[in-house]
Design a protein around this ligand. Sequence first.
Ligand SMILES: [Zn+2]
Length: 452
Amino acid sequence: MNGDDQDNWPEQVDGGTDGYVDHSRKQSVRRLERALLAAEQHSGSCTAGKLAELFVIARDFGMELDQALRSRLVNALKYLYVVGDPAGDAEPLAGRPSDDVITLIEELDDPDNDPDPIRSRIMTAQVYSRVDGRVTERGEVLKEAYTLCPTSPERVEVGIILAQFQVDTGCNRRAKRILTECGRLVGADDSGARLLPELAVCRGGLLFAQGRLRGAQRCFSEALSAMDRLSRSRHERPGVKAYHYLGKIHALYGRYERAVENLVRAEELLEQRAVDDRRQSGHNHSRLGEVLNKAGSPDARWHSSKARDLFIQAGDESSGRGLQEGASGGPAEPIKHRIQRYELRQQVARNNQHWRSAVIASFRLMLIHGRHGTLWTVVGHAWRALEAGTRLVLRSGPLASTAGVVELAMASVVRTARKRRMARLKTPLRCHCLQCRSKISAETRRTSPFNP
Ligand SMILES: [Zn+2]
């Protein structure tokens, strides 16, 4: 905020104390209006914390809050909370929204009186997706939004968001039911056909979560060809997600070169977008770091630390902290750091009811403690893995879970065989993203015998 926001109180105001309060109220309302307008025009000069602060000041001075202003304000707060600090200033943490903003959003939120009650709920769900431990509330507003959508294509659009949430929280059967309904609606209605890529990506995500990697791979390829058919650019969300997941699948099968290829492509597409999506970019870099690390590449560390910076800038501190120390893992990582990393992952997964990730994290911790810890810590983590596993099976159904576990186990057998072959490669795998390529050519220049 700049310019006349910093203007001083006048020396003299007519009308004594009342005049002073009146003047202050008008001034604070003006500031609030300017900030609100900036948020609505996405001009990037205001953060959620700042807007909330200006609102509280204006209200304390007796500003009246009518329904229209209330809707505008709560929508702007939700938007700013979700995009974080769009200006990307030197002090990214300064714009990180606090719990106060969430409290204010919940206090002001009145979706039934909002001009667009469905969108209002979707935005609330997006806000909750950024806060640890608000899974139940997020599921509730999404279900309400879905129930409010009478017909396609809006029902398909909201259905996909709800199904994605259910995949993330391990409710695979419910997700499948909704995706089946969405598939029917898309087929019955031409206007819904534009959502085919989103639908294919969500289906792919469900199959991936069930460990059915081949089916998932088919869905992601389908999403990309549907985008071509619809003349939609691949840098839109489903395109980026499809490449990201294809990278993950290739990595699971030990095809590291192809994994890196797809993940770099996802990042390149993301850079072509007008709005930067730091979380998605963080996930890409984090995965690239992991894959390169597994392939013993010297380029791993740069991507892992880039991922950490992006998560922290996006206000996702827990993911950022998870990558902080010894982020790239690998054999050289101190045991203490490895334990911290998995403990954090376990905690975040449990807070957000991501039971699959919780099982994996607890299982890894059990193995690490098995080698380096005491019997009691091993028993503790085994118990946690079992507990999370039970919740996962209860939610996603025993059949789906078992099928997934078998295919994941098969993938890891293939991966081990591949790894042996990889180990025989003489030169380590190098990343071909723009950043790593320029780093590699600088290294080559330095070590070249032709260089003085
Ligand atoms: Zn790279």
